[in-house]
Design a binder for this molecule. Structure first.
Ligand SMILES: [Zn+2]
Length: 252
């Protein structure tokens, strides 16, 4: 029966190949598509979460995710371009989120704490289930951070970031680079423990709650109204300061 099946050829670029079956990486391959399948549907069926895709070309023209595939179409799929101005092209995602906020999955607690440290509103709870993360992301307009590609394929997830690195500091660098966060970082304005904003507080007010010696050695303190912790520029702070300085220096 003519027209019953659709065969398109695909080529994925750069790091998107990591998500493909080995024999499909770095080359063009053809694939039978379900009838009326869209570009997004097929890209995800081949293993690539839509959140990782920035541009899709069909037969040389940039298209949106909802483009229906036809027999003989040649589909080229690209991640975020670092070096090219892509403004004239159709982007697969309509708009960036108004404010950069995150929800991290249960395996990314270390990254979540570091993002808070650099000032980004990041929800994290190691009891979050996938459907809760999807719901929070959709309702609150948050970018999902995960190493679970199936989570990124959920319908309610419009903005996400597949995190490749395994340790939290390289993960932070990866997310900063990919989402270009350096310009909007506000280090040490947010509580690493509970995500609430910090406020400066006079030493006299916190003195009774400080460990021995701290009041003598430090002058600047910040309080968290979320978890009632008090912070000062001690050893941990200095280590974090070095991390932030290195991150911002290399991103500028
Ligand atoms: Zn707190």
């Amino acid at each position: 029966m003519q027209g019953a099946t659709v065969t398109a050829t695909f080529r994925f670029y750069e790091e998107l190949n990591d998500f493909l079956a080995r024999e499909r990486r770095g080359r063009e391959f053809s694939c039978r598509c379900a009838r009326a399948a869209t570009a997004k549907h097929m890209i995800e069926a081949l293993g690539v979460p839509h959140t990782e895709v920035e541009l899709v070309f069909v037969n040389g023209e940039s298209v949106g995710f909802e483009r229906a595939l036809r027999d003989g179409d040649r589909v080229a799929v690209y991640p975020k371009f670092e070096a090219f101005d892509v403004m004239p092209l159709v982007r697969v995602r309509e708009r960036a989120l108004r404010e950069t906020r995150f929800v991290a999955d249960a395996h990314l607690g270390g990254l979540a704490h570091l993002l808070r440290m650099t000032g980004f509103d990041t929800l994290y709870d190691n009891n979050f289930r996938d459907e809760e993360i999807e719901h929070i992301a959709a309702v609150q307009g948050r970018i999902v951070l995960t190493r679970d590609r199936d989570l990124l394929k959920r319908r309610g997830v419009t903005h996400g970031c597949y995190v490749r690195a395994l340790r939290s500091e390289p993960q932070l660098r990866e997310v900063f680079d990919r989402l270009d966060l350096a310009g909007s970082a506000q280090p040490f304005t947010r509580c690493m423990s509970c995500n609430a904003l910090l406020r400066p507080i006079a030493k006299a007010q916190v003195a009774p709650r400080l460990p021995p010696g701290v009041g003598e050695r430090y002058e600047c303190f910040a309080a968290c109204d979320g978890c009632a912790r008090v912070f000062w520029e001690g050893l941990h702070w200095r280590r974090m300061r070095e991390l932030v300085d290195a991150l911002l220096a290399s991103s500028s």
